[in-house]
Design a protein around this ligand. Structure first.
Ligand code: ATR
Length: 276
């Protein structure tokens, strides 16, 4: 039986076992996918002995993505671009790292908001952490001319911009509303809006009518930001689609079948979120 897992600290909240468990069952694969709580100081050892412990690979969640990147023997371009890994597999005895967050976000955006790239307008990204790096990379790779980054800690946004070059522009956090009104996509990559975590305090009334508003937070599924966007008649993309799509490449590597993201899968995970 092939076994994979997700490692994190904490890892209890992860919905990856539900996602991969659904696909294992759907495709009739003799496999398993578990949660492994791994302390930060134990990540390197855990990954070194991944194969010896019977795993074909793993997902990596907060706060281990940079450590997983460092621990790998080989890194795909997707991981190199953001200096972080969320998907690992063993190939010929070597540990290979990829980052599928970029793929997950961009694939979902393309499906849920087709034509988002019709206008030659900037993209606005709230936040400058690991998720923001993956998403900024995705937009630059898609050929966007300007990506604006708004972060509470401006220095972190400047570091990010330094990594990606002149198409990334840094703004103050206080400019997040006024500076993103003409955007074609506004994306929240911070944890604000997650159950009980603050408010973004952005009035979307003055935003371009074509702006797509997206959030990577998926608990709750409809964040305050998305609710505000809907009430203004703007197109919205919630965070669950990114989670579902980012799981596809890993599942294919570990279990040999490229799984599908379907409405039924989405309903299955939504039911779990709503029950929590
Ligand atoms: P991830 O890897 O999931 O992106 P992270 O690296 O911890 O997580 O990044 C979290 C992001 O949320 C950061 O941009 C952080 O801003 P800072 O760089 O200033 O810390 C942002 N964030 C978290 N709490 C915030 C808050 N209360 N107000 C504004 N931004 C917040």
């Amino acid at each position: 039986m092939k076994r994979a897992c997700v490692i994190g600290w904490p890892v209890e909240h992860s919905r990856s076992p539900l996602l991969h468990g659904y696909w294992l069952k759907k495709y009739g694969i003799d496999g398993a996918y578990t949660k492994e709580a791994v302390r930060p100081e134990a990540v390197a050892d855990f990954l070194q002995s991944l194969e010896a412990n019977g795993f074909v690979g793993c997902n990596v969640t907060v706060p281990h993505k940079a450590a997983a990147f460092a621990a790998a023997d080989e890194r795909e371009a997707s991981a190199e671009a953001v200096s972080a890994a969320n998907t690992l597999w063993v190939s010929g005895g070597k540990l290979v790292a990829a980052n599928t967050d970029t793929y997950g976000y961009m694939t979902n955006l393309g499906q849920q908001a087709p034509g988002w790239d019709r206008r030659d307008a900037p993209i606005s990204v709230l936040g400058a952490g690991g998720a923001a790096r993956a998403i900024v990379h995705g937009f630059l790779d898609a050929g966007v001319g300007e990506v604006r980054v708004f972060n509470r800690t401006r220095a972190r946004a400047e570091t990010l911009a330094g990594q990606f070059g002149p198409r990334v522009k840094v703004f103050d956090w206080s400019e997040r509303e006024i500076g993103s009104r003409d955007s074609t996509v506004l994306v929240n990559t911070t944890i604000i809006g997650m159950n009980g975590v603050g408010t973004l305090d952005i009035d979307l009334a003055g935003f371009d009518r074509e702006c797509v508003v997206s959030d990577i937070v998926y608990v709750p599924l409809e964040t305050e930001l998305l609710r505000g966007a809907k009430s203004q008649g703007l197109r919205t993309v919630d965070g669950l689609g990114m989670l579902l799509h980012q799981g596809v490449p890993g599942f294919e590597k570990w279990f040999g079948v490229r799984p599908e993201v379907t409405d039924e899968l989405r309903r299955f995970i939504v039911a779990d979120i709503e029950a929590s």
